[in-house]
Design a protein around this ligand. Structure first.
Ligand SMILES: [Zn+2]
Length: 421
């Protein structure tokens, strides 16, 4: 199964613990938790352009009655036996809890939570794609005045596309009919697997009236959700011969420091102190080349985008002049190079930006090739008549003649194999 490539990459990088594959529960290690936190932080930074977000967390046990009032139909949730009192649901959704938070605090949103969701599931699942315990599950809720839903959909489309671009993941947004009448409008943010097949990374709903009434809301309610599948896609797309290469927005270490000889470790640390906002890690100093290369591999396998090495010779037999040898290891693709001297903070920023651009460009190549056959024009009549296997309407609307009848139409995303996720 090609999807498991991402799981191996995340395991090897030390982001996941070596348990849980197939059990439907993924176990994250410390560095993985940092990456998740950076994923959420990057999203929140972009949400702030719409309105300042507030974060919250909900208890694991959710009273059955308030859950059932909003979600009466879902059978795939875990419940505790009822006993004497009303029963409990093991947290199966965040929407009603987010809305309860907004009501309690008087905040209008956006409110964002990152807690996990538990769902019943048949079979063994796929790590971060289909799981019993879905974590992280990022869910945003935003109350808006009636009539402003369209504008909000457009704003969140841009937030999601820009968040994914920061992770080196190209995306387009399609409007689809919401499953099970969940939303009045539904936007799916579509990226692609490494082989170019499209896959859904985020959903945005303008909630349907039935839900707004159950939640007791006037006006509009926007619900945005995405999961750790975003990191699975990043792991699928971004690796080279060193292993996983994280986009700089996600990497716990952006710049690995590789000392070699003399007082190079102190010199590297001093140099790195002059790089504001860059997350660095200093490898242990080693004399033997194979140890230095192993230290480099260890740092880069953890996802660090760039490594800088410094060799210092205290050669006192000649003229007592210290010689410096600065090296850089770039990634995507992996390549070692000499540097004329210590890079400036601007040089380091340019290295990180260049690396992020290469990741995004490589993924965009796969995305464009994968979706080339699937983006077509369709007129309203052919869409309504299902003459064309339309998966969704591409937003924003882009005029394109209908591929079936030639009438004026708009760009749509096709799916020959029905609905994909
Ligand atoms: Zn047509």
């Amino acid at each position: 199964m090609t999807e498991l490539v991402h799981h191996r990459a995340l395991l090897t990088a030390g982001l996941l613990a070596p348990t849980g594959a197939g059990s439907g529960v993924t176990t994250w290690r410390g560095p993985g938790l940092q990456v998740v936190r950076r994923m959420v932080g990057t999203f929140l930074d972009r949400v702030a352009a719409v309105a300042p977000p507030v974060e919250t967390d909900h208890p694991f046990l959710d009273p059955h009655d308030s859950y059932h009032r909003v979600f009466p139909d879902y059978a795939n949730v875990y419940r505790l036996p009822e006993g004497d009192r009303a029963g409990w649901v093991l947290r199966a959704d965040n929407l009603h809890l987010n809305v309860a938070f907004l009501r309690r605090t008087g905040h209008r949103g956006p409110v964002v939570t990152t807690g996990g969701l538990l769902r019943r599931m048949h079979g063994s699942g796929t790590p971060l794609f289909r799981e019993r315990y879905i974590w992280p599950a990022v869910q945003l809720s935003h109350l808006l005045p009636a009539g402003s839903g369209e504008e909000a959909l457009s704003a969140y489309r841009s937030v999601l596309e820009r968040t994914l671009a920061a992770f080196g993941l190209p995306a387009l947004t399609v409007e689809v009919d919401a499953p099970a009448g969940y939303g009045d409008r539904c936007h799916l943010t579509v990226c692609c697997l490494r082989d170019g097949r499209p896959t859904v990374l985020a959903t945005t709903y303008l909630m349907a009236r039935r839900y707004r009434e159950a939640l007791g809301i006037d006006g509009e309610l926007v619900d945005v959700g995405f999961t750790g599948k975003v990191l699975a896609l990043a792991a699928m797309h971004h690796h080279d011969r060193f292993g996983l290469g994280l986009p700089s927005a996600l990497a716990p270490v952006q710049l690995a420091l590789l000392p070699h000889g003399g007082r190079s470790d102190a010199a590297l640390r001093h140099w790195a102190d002059g790089l504001p906002g860059v997350r660095t890690a200093l490898a242990p100093p080693h004399e033997a080349e194979f140890r230095r290369h192993r230290a480099e591999r260890t740092e880069l396998r953890g996802g660090a985008p760039v490594a800088v090495g410094l060799r210092l010779d205290d050669d006192r037999r000649t003229d007592d002049r210290r010689t410096e040898d600065w090296r850089i290891t770039r990634r995507a693709p992996a390549h070692r190079d000499r540097l004329p001297g210590p890079p400036t903070p601007g040089d380091v920023r340019a290295e990180l930006d260049g690396y992020d651009r290469r990741l995004l460009a490589a993924a965009r190549g796969r995305f464009d090739r994968g979706l080339a056959e699937l983006v077509r024009g369709a007129c309203d009549r052919c869409v309504a008549g299902r003459t064309i296997a339309v998966y969704g309407l591409i937003v924003p609307r882009r005029p394109l003649p209908c591929a079936h009848c030639g009438d004026p139409g708009r760009a749509v995303l096709l799916s020959e194999r029905g609905r994909f996720y």
